[in-house]
Design a binder for this molecule. Structure first.
Ligand code: PLP
Length: 411
């Protein structure tokens, strides 16, 4: 049986007008072929055929919309793009091969040699490298400032500043940026405001509603949520996304149909997963704060957090990532990690499985000692990406860590 294009329909988005995010996560951007499958089909094809030579010419000439080649468009990728765009409240989404490809494509499409970027200091390590090493090679200079110090942002603005780039909350210390203030600063100075929304996802925070021009995701993290695929996406107004799409189409860091299908299905459970991550993380953060071996807990859901009020205003929940300092140094931190038996020792985050990381020797290991201390990455700091296991079982496993520290101090 052959499928004709006429039989493949994107279910009309207008039917979903005014519906909530939980519904959009399950229903937006759904594709259905003539087979009337309930779950979405995958289109693992590099190219598409035409019903005639004239149609091929019309497609290539841009007179007729439709698929040509999967570096340009692919139905499965478009289904994922439609769903995440609806969830972020953006006009258009462009999917990419990784979160880094999403950031790179945004920069390549919207910046040029001679432009200046201001970026928050605590961003994902590779984002730092991309700006500092690679964008710099093409004449784009980046200044790094404190995520939370608005005066530092204002002082860093120059006549050639074209982009303000942040992650909020930050990794791993959960600092929270005032998005509305930064959006105003960007727009008063003719710059774009770009937010990497990896930690919150649209379920907890929709940056476009707080003045961001562009939202970026590493879909690898919560959007998938089960650690299966690497991917990314950029969301924003059509005018800007057309430029990002143009870069992708020419340069090629596009998302594969298989990965798009995994992310598309991942989005269906994102709202309930995020609520479970948040509930577990909040409970663990409060529990950790009471442990005698813990010096300090970093989690925006705690009243002790300096931006607790701002996080409450901007976010619907405080997310699944938290960090804490043990009393002691690297030895205690490693001893604690090694005593856990269920929690995964890995630097990945956003998974339904809880993971534990020692940032100073892994994710932030490349930073100089000065940069580490500037970023608050101390040797006694641990990061937890809290999964959706039963919180009592997570406490049991973490208790093994505390027990190991107690045993060591008793001998
Ligand atoms: C992982 C991550 C990235 C990079 O995404 P990849 O999919 O690994 O390329 C970017 N930003 C944040 C905040 C991340 O956690």
């Amino acid at each position: 049986m052959t499928f004709h294009r006429e039989e493949t329909v994107l279910i009309p988005e207008s039917d979903l007008d005014g519906m909530s995010l939980d519904t959009l996560a399950v229903r937006a951007g759904q594709l259905r072929t003539g087979q009337l499958e309930h779950s979405d089909a995958i289109f693992p094809t590099s190219s598409f055929v035409y019903t005639s030579a004239a149609q091929a010419a019309a497609r290539f000439g841009g007179e007729e919309p439709g698929n040509i080649y999967s570096r340009f468009t692919n139905p499965t990728v478009q289904a994922f793009e439609g769903r995440i765009a609806a969830m972020e409240g953006g006009e258009r989404a462009v999917a990419t091969s990784s979160g880094m490809a999403a950031i790179l494509s945004t920069c390549m499409a919207l910046l040029k040699s001679g432009d200046h970027v201001i970026c928050s200091r605590g961003v994902f390590g590779t984002t730092n490298v991309l700006f500092q090493k690679y964008m710099a090679k093409f004449g784009v200079e980046t200044s790094f400032v404190s995520l939370t110090d608005l005066d530092e942002w204002s002082s860093a603005v120059r006549p050639d500043t074209r982009m303000l780039f942040i992650e909020t909350p930050s990794n791993p210390l959960c600092e929270v940026a005032d998005m509305e203030a930064l959006a105003k600063l960007a727009h008063d100075n003719g710059a774009l405001f770009v937010v990497d929304n990896c930690f919150c996802t649209p379920v907890l925070q929709r940056p476009l509603e707080h003045g961001a021009d562009i939202v970026i995701h590493s879909a690898t993290k919560y959007l998938d949520g089960q650690g299966r695929c690497v991917g990314g996406v950029v969301v924003g107004p059509t005018k800007l996304m057309d430029e990002v799409y143009g870069f992708l189409r020419s340069a090629g860091p596009t998302m594969s149909p298989f990965n798009a299908w995994v992310f598309h299905k991942g989005l269906e459970t994102l709202p309930i997963r995020m609520r479970a991550h948040c509930d577990n993380a909040l409970e663990l953060a409060a529990w950790l704060e009471q442990q005698p071996e813990v010096e300090r807990v970093f989690y925006a859901g705690l009243e002790s957090h300096p931006q607790h009020a701002l996080a409450k205003k901007q976010q619907k929940g405080f997310g699944g990532v938290l960090a804490f300092c043990l009393k002691g140094g690297r030895e205690e931190a490693w001893k604690f990690i090694d005593a856990t038996r269920m929690i995964s020792i890995t630097a990945n985050l956003g998974d339904v499985k809880t993971t534990i990381t020692h940032p100073a020797t892994t994710t932030h290991g490349r930073l100089s000692p000065e940069d580490k201390s500037g970023a608050g990455i101390t040797e006694n700091l641990l990061r937890l990406s809290v999964g959706i296991e039963a919180v009592e079982d997570l406490k049991t496993d973490l208790h093994r860590g505390f027990q190991a520290l107690q045993n060591a101090s008793n001998t």
